[in-house]
Design a protein around this ligand. Structure first.
Ligand code: PHB
Length: 402
């Protein structure tokens, strides 16, 4: 008979991406032990190309809680973005409008910093596990059951269980269908994302509206760039040669000001589908959901990772209160507190997406209206400030532990 290894912990966390690891880190600072498990290996997570913008509060969370200050040295503070339409660039000056910046620092680096910090602190994080499932989320002893990377069967018994297991969350399915509500919106387009070896084309990010569809010019380093262009959700990446990709990207950003992209070899190409999605509530018994497990946004506002970090900041406070007082009713405060930011971010991501993308079947009226909207946003301080405030992130009501 195979031996089952049993371990006890206060908080069992399914998912050791940025949300799971940040939660485990914040709990550790509060003196609360946790175990995090993930089906992916650490290398697999490190090699996944993800988005790259952090709100100022996300940067502060990484730096002020002692995860790492690498973001300050290797990340880039962006004091604004450019919105391009009609072939002309319009800068939104974040610093001037709201006194904040957004930081270019890839999610992969956030993960690497968190994984290194958790390792330094001797945290129990199990990557590369298989056959994961959770049991008894309504009882006093919820369990995470899995086979670890050495093939041993493991059961982690905990007081609280957190599902930080991504958009296809297995934990979410534990909430009976009649007790959860899903809100979602599909989009008739996707993003074609590339990494290329080339110098920067612009000092800041460029979000471009054009008759041929949306394009985003982002960056990774002096020599590596990240760009996206709107495509069909079923687009075949193999149908796109480097030349064809450059032709399309150049056409979407070109204009009378002569702006053009620095080209170079394309080293990665992927079609990224997205949707807007929210699951309510984020608590079921002793289980709580965080990050993509509870909500996803289109990438246009770069809110996904920031929302996940904001969730776990609130969740760590709520769990700490529950552990200290033994009063589980406090868990009910998590969902409403987290959701107020979630719905703002849902609106912002939806709004940026609908303002900048070409909708299949759109009429001339729709296109002209979009241009009117862009002119309102870029042409007035109130309009620009609205965007700047949302992009750099809303202040959080409740404070962090000292
Ligand atoms: C990225 O650099 O990957 C990125 C930046 C901004 C976005 C989305 C993705 O809105």
């Amino acid at each position: 008979m195979t031996r089952v290894h049993r371990t006890r912990t206060t908080v069992g966390i399914v998912g050791a991406g940025p949300a799971g690891l940040m939660l485990s880190h914040l709990l550790h600072r509060a003196g609360i032990d946790s175990i995090a498990v993930d089906n992916r290996t650490r290398t697999e997570i490190e090699q996944t190309v993800r988005a790259g913008i952090l709100e100022a509060d996300s940067v502060r969370l990484l730096v002020d809680t002692g995860v790492s200050d690498r973001v300050l040295r290797e990340g880039h503070a962006h004091d604004g973005i450019e919105l391009r339409f009609g072939g002309v660039g319009h800068r939104i000056d974040f610093k001037g409008l709201v006194g904040e910046s957004a930081w270019l620092y890839p999610q992969t680096d956030v993960f690497m910093d968190l994984a290194a910090s958790r390792e330094r602190d001797g945290a129990d994080v199990r990557f590369g596990v298989t056959d994961t499932h959770v049991e008894d989320v309504l009882g006093d002893r919820p369990r995470i059951c899995f086979t670890d990377s050495s093939g041993a069967e493991q059961v982690v018994e905990c007081d609280y269980l957190v599902g930080a297991d991504g958009s296809r969350s297995m934990c979410r399915q534990e909430i009976p269908e009649e007790q959860r509500r899903h809100f979602s919106r599909e989009y008739p387009f996707a993003w074609f994302g590339i990494l290329c070896e080339a110098p920067r084309s612009a000092p800041e990010l460029v979000y471009a509206h054009s008759d041929r569809g949306f394009a985003l010019i982002s960056q990774r380093s002096e020599t590596l760039q990240r760009m996206y262009f709107q495509c069909d959700p079923d687009e075949d990446v193999d149908a796109w040669s480097d030349d064809r990709i450059w032709e399309e990207l150049q056409a979407r950003v070109s204009g009378p000001d002569g702006f053009s992209l620095e080209e170079g070899p394309i080293t990665d190409r992927t079609v990224l589908r997205f949707r807007s999605f929210v699951c309510e509530p984020m608590r079921h018994g002793n289980m709580l959901l965080a990050g993509d497990a509870a909500h996803t946004v289109p990438p246009t506002g770069a809110k996904g990772l920031n929302l996940a970090l904001a969730d776990v900041k609130v969740l760590a406070e709520v769990l700490e209160q529950a552990v200290r007082t033994g009063d589980k009713d406090v868990l009910d405060t998590y969902s409403p507190r987290a959701q107020s930011r979630v719905w703002k971010a849902q609106h912002f991501s939806y709004w940026m997406t609908s303002m900048l993308h070409a909708v299949p079947g759109a009429t001339d009226f729709d296109r002209r209206r979009q241009l009117g909207e862009l002119a309102m946003v870029t042409g007035s301080e109130a309009g620009s400030r609205f965007l700047a405030e949302a992009y750099t992130g809303w202040p959080e009501g409740a404070s962090l532990r000292a």
